[in-house]
Design a protein around this ligand. Structure first.
Ligand code: UDP
Ligand code: MG
Length: 313
């Protein structure tokens, strides 16, 4: 199979028919063998009925229906597991991404020998203040932390080699950082293609202000798990020692002052306690977060999503 198109969707019944017709038009024009995998992420509208109807007319359309809403990352993860194409293309369901980009993206993977090609919404049709500006900041932070030179990490339109999607797990809200996950899995050739972005035609955005908080926390954990997940001692051991040595030196200093120079009142300064408290709480929080992350990754339940129904898979 030439190409799998993976579409996570949540309450997008108005777009699906138009979107799949457009995709069919493009792949047929380029004579590509294909499948469209639509993952219904617990929609409460008629999305699943629409998918069933589409499948009845075209057996290249496949569906996975979650029992409840797990989020875009979970939907992508299941789509990746099911995908059989030589190239896998992910796309949002809201028609903000243009299916016309499919052949070119596929070509870049096959001929440019890229592991991933990420879309870049150079010209965006979203709210400038709530989306475009924060997204610039995010991309700058993600670039810095991951060392991957992408302008637009969060673009829904991306193309992958088969092997890449079978090597990574997308969970939490990691859909924003799939190129980073791929990099940690050893796929380094990441390309970028300027893609056409369109205004949302139907429905409303599914991500509110909490995208920023979750996005930031996920960036942190991706960074730490990727870098230190297999060798936590190199991080915690180092900084634990540094912090302990610092405490020890202060303690020695206080002891010497007290016994040899008879200085009193060292521990009376509020700042002294504040610094100690902040350090202890900070270390504790960080450590718990990290351990939690490690446990979550090793739990057999971590990617267990309840699937109500499958079509064609
Ligand atoms: N989506 C999903 N599960 C969710 C939220 C969103 O599958 O819990 C899908 C949504 O239907 C769309 C894509 O993820 O196909 C991108 O969402 P949206 O267009 O709302 O995000 P935005 O373009 O505003 O960043
Ligand atoms: Mg959108």
């Amino acid at each position: 199979m030439d190409v799998s198109i993976v579409i996570p969707l949540f309450n997008e019944d108005e777009s699906l028919t138009e979107l799949s017709a457009w995709i069919e038009r493009v792949v047929n024009a380029h004579q590509l063998s294909y499948e469209i995998i639509m993952i219904d992420d617990g929609s409460t509208d008629n999305s699943w009925e629409v998918i069933e109807k589409l499948r009845a007319n075209n057996s290249n359309i496949k569906g996975i229906k979650f029992q409840r809403n797990y989020g875009k990352s979970a939907a992508l993860n299941e789509g990746f597991k099911a995908a059989q194409g030589q190239v896998i293309i992910t796309m949002d369901a809201d028609m903000q991404d243009s299916p016309d980009e499919i052949p070119e993206l596929r070509k870049m993977i096959l001929e440019g020998n890229y592991d991933i090609v990420s879309g870049w919404k150079k010209k965006r049709y979203d709210n400038a203040f709530t989306k475009n500006l924060p997204s610039k900041l995010f991309n700058a932070a993600a670039r810095k932390m991951s060392g991957i030179k992408l302008n637009d990490f969060n673009c829904g339109l991306k193309a992958y080699k088969y092997k890449v999607v079978k090597s990574i797990e997308v969970y939490g809200e990691m859909h924003r950082y799939v190129p980073v996950l791929a990099k940690w899995a050893g796929f380094r050739k990441v390309g970028e293609k300027v893609v056409e972005h369109r205004a949302r035609k139907y429905g409303v955005t599914k991500f509110g202000w909490d995208r920023f908080i979750n996005g930031f926390l996920d960036l942190m954990s991706i960074f730490f798990v990727g870098k230190f997940g297999k060798r936590p001692m190199h991080f915690f051991g180092l900084w634990g020692t540094v912090s302990f040595m610092f405490g020890l030196l202060v303690f020695i200093y206080l002891t010497i002052s007290k016994f040899f120079f008879d200085v009193t009142g060292m521990t009376q300064r509020p700042l002294f306690f504040f610094a100690i408290l902040a350090m202890i709480i900070g270390t504790q929080l960080f450590l718990s977060g990290f351990i939690g992350e490690l446990i979550a990754r090793n739990s057999p339940e971590r990617n267990h999503y309840l699937i109500e129904q499958k079509l064609g898979l």
